[in-house]
Write a protein that binds this ligand. Structure first.
Ligand SMILES: Nc1nc(=O)[nH]c2c1ncn2[C@H]1C[C@H](O)[C@@H](COP(=O)(O)OP(=O)(O)O)O1
Length: 223
């Protein structure tokens, strides 16, 4: 990688654009692999990093999966966010998450989100928006996701008694949480049960409180 000559206040300084030199396989399973990543840091030093990758990522894409923020709108009900609760083996406990899943070969993020929402929750929705590709745990892995926003018309016949389409070994409980009390309801669940909440969910909850109750306040923490 090209080295760049940068002028500081006093002396010129040699800096290097950080970059990956090589990736060596350390271990591989069916779903994930571990690699040793050799890279050059911003000071020009060569270092290594232990990197986890999914084996399932398609060659034509830079995104592994989708997360789904699905808003259920029904007459005479508060708008609810459709959440899922499931036992997650890596954590050894139940989690509260947005519905999510891996993108199949040739599938768009939007199509994957509509499919996963139907499978995991039974709801049929309409796309309302999609984020850029976002990273999930960059100090550990190259895993990426796109968050897809979906509106569900809960008054439609097919959404009145939604039926999940779960695969073998999938056990997903659907949890509906009112949007205007989202953080409070999440906190109630955490107090009541031994459950971990996904970071994306809790950040969303904090954002909703900000938007609903203090839209003109800066989000600073008081001592
Ligand atoms: N890391 C994984 N280990 C496994 O043993 N199995 C895994 C891993 N990641 C995914 N899967 C399996 C489990 C499901 O049968 C399929 C599809 O999962 P998907 O619903 O797309 O995604 P999640 O909601 O994140 O489980 O993959």
């Amino acid at each position: 990688m090209k080295q760049v000559l940068k002028m500081s206040n006093s002396e010129p300084k040699l800096i290097t654009a950080p970059h990956v030199v090589k990736e060596e396989l350390m271990a591989a399973g069916t779903w994930v692999k571990l690699e040793k990543t050799t890279y050059v840091d911003p000071a020009g030093n060569t270092r290594t990093w232990e990197t986890v990758k999914r084996t399932t990522r398609q060659t034509t894409t830079e995104v592994d999966g989708v997360g789904i923020i699905a808003l259920l709108k029904r007459t005479l009900h508060k708008d609810c966010v459709v959440m899922v609760k499931q036992f997650r083996p890596p954590l050894g406990c139940y989690t509260l998450e947005f519905p999510a899943g891996l993108i199949d070969e040739g599938e768009t993020a939007e199509a994957a989100a509509l499919r996963e929402l139907k499978e995991e929750t039974g709801y049929k929705g309409e796309i309302a928006g999609v984020t850029p590709v976002t990273c999930l745990d960059p100090g550990l892995s190259n895993c990426t996701t796109q968050i897809v926003l979906i509106n569900i018309n809960g008054d439609e016949v097919e959404n009145i008694h939604p039926t999940q389409q779960l695969g073998e070994g999938e056990f997903v409980e659907v949890v509906l949480l009112p949007l205007d009390e989202f953080q409070m309801k999440v906190d109630d669940l955490l107090k009541k049960e031994k459950i971990l909440v996904d970071a994306k969910v809790y950040i969303f909850a904090m954002g909703m409180v900000q938007a609903f109750f203090k839209p003109r306040e800066l989000p600073v923490l008081k001592q």
